[in-house]
Design a binder for this molecule. Sequence first.
Ligand code: SAH
Length: 396
Amino acid sequence: MRWPVVRLLKGRARPFWHGCPVVFSGAVAAVDGPAGAGDWVEVRDDGDRPIGQGFYNPDSTYRVRILRLAREAAVPDEPEGCVAFRVAQATKLRRALDLPGAGTDCLRLVNSEGDRLSGVTVDVLRDVVVIQASARWAVSRRSAVEAAVLASLGHDVRVLHRAAAVLREEGLKAGDLKPGAGEPVGPLTVRENGLTYVVDPSQGQKTGFYADQRENRALVRTLARGRRVLDLFCYSGGFSLNAAAGGATEVLGVDSSAPAIALAQQNAVANAFEGVVRFQASDVSAVLGQDAAWDLVVCDPPKLAARRADLDAAFQRYLALNRAAVMATAPGGILVTCSCSAAVHRDPFLEMLREAAAQAGRRLSVTHVRGAAPDHPIDPAWPEGEYLKCVVASVE
Ligand code: SAH
């Protein structure tokens, strides 16, 4: 035995043969050998057949994060080589997607399970690479992750490490992750589809920029001509700026975070849209509940359902919010409404919208049902990775 073996319970192995990357604690029968948090282990079924290798964490319900299937002969079977292989593979996929490309220099380089690296996301913001750990192994082996990223991208980049809040569920506190070596990274400007954004990877939300909405923002650009646009939960103004670039006559972006609004205002200036776009630091409720005044309403709230148990409450919150968003849309207007809760699937989200329209006494014609940009790939064996929904509808 080269590594400790995690044996699965009888009848529980099927998803992992299909490539499911996460072994929950309830599927584990026994662990043979001394395995500590962050150790590389082999997962086997009850007949001792090797399924794959990955990182173990006895303190997490995500007991093993499988990075390699036993049948993937081309993938190194030791941890450092495997991580390097996955990062190189992810980088190659982005090149095939033309990212970075003309007018865009910010992207997601590694999308956790979607790139077979459960526990790590890597965002590239021009020459800054933000490595965000959401698993114990990604903290203890962060120099291996960093080395893999540098080997893939070349060494002309600055690296920033961040800790995801979920690390608390991995037996670590966010504070346990010391900032990476090197200078702290201050605000910088990036480009997305030709627009300029000031991002602050050290202070900003998540890794500083929501690249997952890139293509949905570009869609809004094509829909905005001649329209008055309301951008709810605007953060640094991505949808607002695209609406302005697409010829909107007036744009109001609203976000409750004062630092986000300050960034958004800088972005309006950087793109010379101050005459068209204004931003307001307030709760969205301050602009909802008024007459149907807007020709295009974007609604991109934060995650309202953290987990499956919150689903009923979250459904009601999405319903109330979307009812108000429908009511704020003028007849013949367009609603662009999003959900980034993985627990809320596409069909229930559409049902919620149907209900919101009915309660508002209006009707919808759905024209687009979309997800995250392609640099946020999904492993079909881990559909939980599909979190973003973006539905576009004409509102009668
Ligand atoms: N649309 C943005 C991302 C939105 S993220 C983009 O394309 O980049 C969600 C945002 O909602 C966060 O910026 C957060 O500050 C804001 N927010 C959360 N609750 C809010 C509320 N009740 N009213 C207004 N903004 C809120």
